[in-house]
Design a protein around this ligand. Structure first.
Ligand code: PMP
Length: 393
């Protein structure tokens, strides 16, 4: 049966990781894979996660099935993290295997409820948005997003496209910390999108995978909350991979906001029916950790403090990059590093420059030029800036 299958081409990010690992140079820098690292180059287990895990180990009495909706206390808590109190009253969350699971469950829900819908994703967008939506059977189109000159959002072009959409359209927006560009939508534009969604009837679909890694937990959810106040229906995928550091524990949620809780619950029940046809139930461990943290005042404080410190580190690196580039180039060409939010910045570097940075300087950047600022050490900034300029960036 499987003889007909061709050997697949290697995944570009995974092969970059392997190349980096095998590179003997001591001063090599990995800016590829999208994980947060501290200044020692480690992706740490957060202290609150350690503490919650210890509690779980001590108190867990069973590994029996939890049910299709996962951990209901987690679902309640995650809702409160993303939405305002009044929005929570007409919304419901479904625990999923990471935000990836949420993206797919929401896509499946749209495909069965409104077949023939088109999902509009930003150009560029998270590398898995298109395949996840297409595998659910949805048509995918792109709206303009990035201004290639400024490296910031081309809001007039984005809004002009959204203006032309209607009830058969779904608009997928990054809640904060846009991946791969780092360029976020202004609050004014969130208001404008809210007006357009209400007037034209398209469904807003918000993917928020980095809440707390832009400005703060509250500020990062502001845009989507503006939208949620205005529209009758909206869907959200959210992730605990980055802000709780739970990457491999596959922890996330699909949120449905509707006219009332009953309609939202019906949509969630439909997603459960669909998940039964694939992974059935989400894994328990990560959600149990998040539940333990968010229902304990002291663990919540510990988690928030550490998240804020991670956020400060990334923003500090961004400011240091801007300063170093200004000094080196006597221009403001690289100021976008300071204007971007979250872990990534899309540099727009050509393939040739990316190759030269790897070969001559041991600096590893994925094709397309996305730099994981959160993977940088402070001590590497001058080397990075020198190498960028030497390579002709
Ligand atoms: N959405 C975006 C924008 C992402 O960058 C990612 C990857 N971190 C995901 C969704 C998937 O997240 P998860 O690891 O929780 O599945």
């Amino acid at each position: 049966m499987f003889e007909q299958l061709a050997t697949p081409k290697g995944d570009p990010i995974l092969s970059l990781i392997a190349e980096y690992r095998n590179d003997p140079r001591e001063n090599k820098i990995d800016l590829g894979i999208g994980v947060y690292r501290n200044d020692a180059g480690i992706t740490p287990v957060m202290q609150a996660v350690h503490d919650a895990e210890a509690l779980l180990l001590a108190n867990q009495t069973t590994k029996a099935y939890q049910g299709l909706t996962g951990d209901e206390a987690f679902n309640e808590e995650i809702l409160k993290l993303v939405l305002t109190e009044s929005q929570c009253k007409r919304a419901i969350a479904l625990q999923t295997p990471g935000a990836s699971g949420a993206l797919r469950m929401i896509a499946d829900l749209i495909a069965v409820t409104a077949p023939g819908s088109t999902v509009w994703i930003s150009d560029p967008s998270y590398i898995n948005h298109r395949p996840i939506m297409e595998k659910a059977g949805l048509t995918v189109k792109t709206y303009p997003y990035l201004n290639a000159e400024t490296r910031l959002v081309n809001e007039p072009a984005m809004l002009a496209t959204l203006e032309s959409l209607g009830p058969k359209d779904v608009v997928l927006l990054h809640g904060c910390c846009h991946n791969p560009s780092g360029a976020d939508i202004s609050l004014d534009s969130w208001h404008r999108i809210a007006e357009l969604a209400t007037k034209n009837g398209f469904l807003p679909f918000i993917d928020i995978a980095y809440q707390g890694l832009g400005d703060s937990l509250e500020a990062d959810a502001q845009g989507l909350q503006v939208l949620a106040d205005a529209v009758e229906e909206m869907v959200i995928s959210t992730s605990c991979s980055k802000n709780f550091g739970l990457y491999r524990d596959r922890t996330g949620a699909a949120i449905i906001l509707s006219k009332n809780k009953q309609i939202a619950s019906n949509a969630r029940a439909k997603m459960c029916e669909l998940s039964r046809g694939s992974y059935s139930m989400p894994p328990a461990h990560g959600a149990a950790i998040v539940h333990a943290i968010l229902t304990s005042e002291s663990l919540t404080k510990s988690w928030r403090d550490e998240l804020d410190a991670m956020n400060r580190r990334v923003n500090g690196l961004r400011s240091a990059l801007v300063k170093a580039f200004r000094e080196k180039t006597q221009t403001e060409r690289f100021d976008y590093f300071g204007q971007h939010k979250g872990m990534f910045s899309l540099t727009g570097l050509s393939d040739d420059i990316i190759a030269e940075l790897k070969h001559n300087h041991g600096i590893y950047i994925v094709g397309g030029g996305r730099v994981n600022v959160a993977g940088l050490k402070e001590s590497e900034i001058d080397t990075l800036v020198e190498a960028f300029i030497a390579a002709g960036a």
